[in-house]
Write a protein that binds this ligand. Structure first.
Ligand SMILES: C[S@@+](CC[C@H](N)C(=O)[O-])C[C@H]1O[C@@H](n2cnc3c(N)ncnc32)[C@H](O)[C@@H]1O
Length: 338
């Protein structure tokens, strides 16, 4: 056993240095190194020539990531994929490259650098740094918007199977996915339930990227795509309205506004399906607790408990029915238009 690994100071220093791992994986994702290793091990020199990078320095990057388990270093500076590294392939069943790319890019990274400002003031770090909210910022930077949408698509691909296993979306004929991004989650829902039709709703510059995602899921013919703002109006006529990873982006007051917009479009008895994490218990669930900080820093939102969601539902004219957890920490908060 490595006794050094148990020393609190070393354990803490490794946590402190997590930012180094974040940027190293970000660079590997941006360079597409995992895709270049898909057919087997390659030398760092060969990878450097293919990616037009500095050979000695790329070797140092690969060596560091191999020490963290992302790649495996073999003879003569050759590197292979590990199970972790394989998740950086674009064709991974549960891809992480989009998330790694987004998390390490400068506008998000700089916002995290203002976490202290958020903690001191309660204000949003992204707006403090960039003088504009994250949604408007990305609307003005198409390449960052596409990077964010790809990150969301990656996350949906990681979570969809578990959520669909936990909750039966097949009992609804018409499902509206409000803020559905590029359609990865709705695509998975419709693919699993062939009798179901869908409407994908999001900002116009976001749904413009949905075509290939819905086509890849084989559901384009059963899915209408509508652009707009969920602060104005959402499509009417759905049996169920999904809001996945939407409310955690916002403080309570805008959440109630979004839910009220949905309520106006919904017939009595229609289902509200809020797909979000459960913040979890004290001292547990670091994914949820740090996602909560990520919401503070980026969009100015927060993660919540089932009681929190029940209160939001009541404030917007919904009766809270139940929370269905899944094996991945994200579950379905179900309400009914009362
Ligand atoms: C965290 S992402 C979640 C996307 C998708 N539901 C998912 O789970 O992958 C939040 C989404 O809300 C959308 N959004 C933000 N403001 C919006 C608005 N005013 N009207 C409609 N959609 C909006 C964003 O474009 C983004 O796709």
């Amino acid at each position: 056993m490595d006794h050094d690994a148990l020393r609190p100071s070393l354990a803490l220093r490794r946590l402190v240095n997590g930012y180094q791992v974040t940027q190293a994986i970000h660079v590997a994702a941006v360079l597409g190194l995992a895709d270049l290793l898909a057919d087997g091990p390659r030398s760092s020199g060969d990878l450097a020539a293919t990616t037009n990078t500095h050979p000695g320095t790329l070797y140092r990057l690969l060596r560091a990531l191999a020490s963290a388990g992302v790649f495996r270093e073999e003879e003569d500076r050759h590197f292979a994929l590990t199970d972790l590294g394989a998740c950086l392939r674009v064709d991974a069943p549960e891809p992480v490259a989009g998330w790694a790319t987004f998390v390490g890019e400068s506008s998000h990274w700089q916002a995290w650098n203002a976490l202290l400002h958020s903690v001191q003031t309660g204000e949003n770090a992204f707006r403090h740094v960039h003088e504009i909210d994250s949604w408007t910022f990305r609307a003005h930077h198409p390449e960052l918007s596409a990077s964010f949408d790809r990150a969301m698509t990656d996350l949906s691909r990681q979570l969809s199977a578990a959520i669909l296993a936990a909750y039966d979306f097949g009992r609804f004929g018409q499902i509206i996915d409000v803020g559905g991004g590029n359609g990865a989650f709705l695509g998975a829902v419709l693919a699993k339930h062939p009798m179901t039709h869908g409407v994908l709703f999001d900002q116009p510059h976001v749904v413009s990227g949905a075509g290939p995602v819905l086509a890849a899921a084989g559901v384009a013919a059963r899915c209408e795509v509508v652009g707009g703002s969920f602060f104005d109006a959402v499509p009417a006529g759905g049996d169920a309205y999904i809001l996945k990873a939407i409310l955690h982006d916002w403080e309570d007051a805008p959440c109630v506004q979004i839910l009220q917009t949905c309520r106006r479009a919904m017939a009595d008895g229609a289902a509200l399906l809020v797909v979000e994490r459960d913040l979890g218990r004290p001292n547990q669930d670091p994914d949820a607790k740090f996602s909560d900080l990520n919401m503070l820093v980026g969009p100015m939102g927060q993660e919540r408990t089932p009681d929190d969601y029940a209160a939001l539902f009541a404030a917007a004219g919904f009766r809270f029915v139940t929370f269905t957890p899944s094996t991945v920490g994200t579950g379905v908060y179900e309400g009914v238009a009362a």
